[in-house]
Design a protein around this ligand. Structure first.
Ligand SMILES: Nc1nc2c(ncn2[C@@H]2O[C@H](COP(=O)(O)OP(=O)(O)O)[C@@H](O)[C@H]2O)c(=O)[nH]1
Ligand SMILES: [Mg+2]
Length: 224
């Protein structure tokens, strides 16, 4: 098991089916895009270690099925997540309207410390049925950060994950989040600093600047 991290954060990705949740995770973790991803039939997760403020942070992002028949698993899914991506698809208006539903799910089932980011995906498509102006108004109203992404071109994908992780790290460092609370979706690896000191060639084990190591890359098979 790869323990080369100072912190592990559990993220969840929510939004209607086919908005690009799996594709965003695939682009983030493996820099890949598939035109015909099979719809996710059960929850799975993808992991990647990034470096922020000299801290090695393992992001474990859970990818749900967007179908209602799996909503019975919602408590399990939302439990213990410290970050969430709320994803809609710019080319399908109903997916933006449904963000209110997903926000409500988070308010009902997730912990109150959860950090959220609103993600408008498929920005590469020319036919948009949601305007930036209305999204920005909604984001302001709900106090959400908003990013326009494309899982296809990779636009803003890393930034979404990194900004969410960075907000959480800042809250840990300023003691607004108590990492000892085991329900928060944060794991602290106190041995990592010691391990680095004792290891003569630590670079072999450390993931730098968002590049994942082989173990993480191999955790999921390639999609295409
Ligand atoms: N053009 C474009 N297509 C995308 C993008 N993200 C996902 N897709 C496509 O949208 C479909 C659904 O994506 P998927 O990741 O499976 O959605 P999920 O159900 O939310 O996990 C697939 O055919 C993807 O190839 C994007 O940013 N741009
Ligand atoms: Mg999926």
């Amino acid at each position: 098991m790869n323990n080369n991290y100072n912190y592990m954060f559990k993220f969840i990705v929510v939004g209607d089916a086919f908005v690009g949740k799996t594709s965003l995770l695939l682009q983030f973790q493996q820099k890949e895009f598939c035109e015909d991803t099979q719809s996710t039939v059960s929850i799975e997760f993808r992991q990647k270690t990034i470096t922020l403020n000299d801290q090695s942070i393992k992001l474990q992002a859970w990818d749900p099925a967007g179908f209602t028949q799996f909503l019975s698993m919602e408590k399990f899914y939302y439990k213990g997540a410290i970050g969430a991506l709320l994803v809609f698809d710019f080319s399908r208006r109903s997916t933006f309207e449904d963000i209110k539903f997903w926000l409500n799910q988070i308010k009902t089932f997730a912990c109150d410390k959860i950090e959220l980011v609103l993600v408008g995906n498929k920005s590469d498509l020319s036919k948009k049925h949601v305007t930036i102006q209305e999204v920005e108004e909604f984001a302001k109203q709900e106090k959400l950060d908003f990013y326009e992404t494309s899982a296809k071109t990779g636009k803003n994908v890393d930034i979404v994950f990194e900004s969410l992780a960075s907000k959480i790290l800042r809250k840990i460092e300023t003691k607004q989040i108590n990492v000892d609370d085991q329900m928060l979706g944060i794991k602290v690896n106190n041995n990592y600093g010691k391990m680095k000191k004792n290891n003569k060639s630590p670079q072999q084990n450390i993931t730098l600047n968002g590049k994942q190591n082989d173990e993480e890359r191999n955790e999921k098979q390639r999609c295409c």
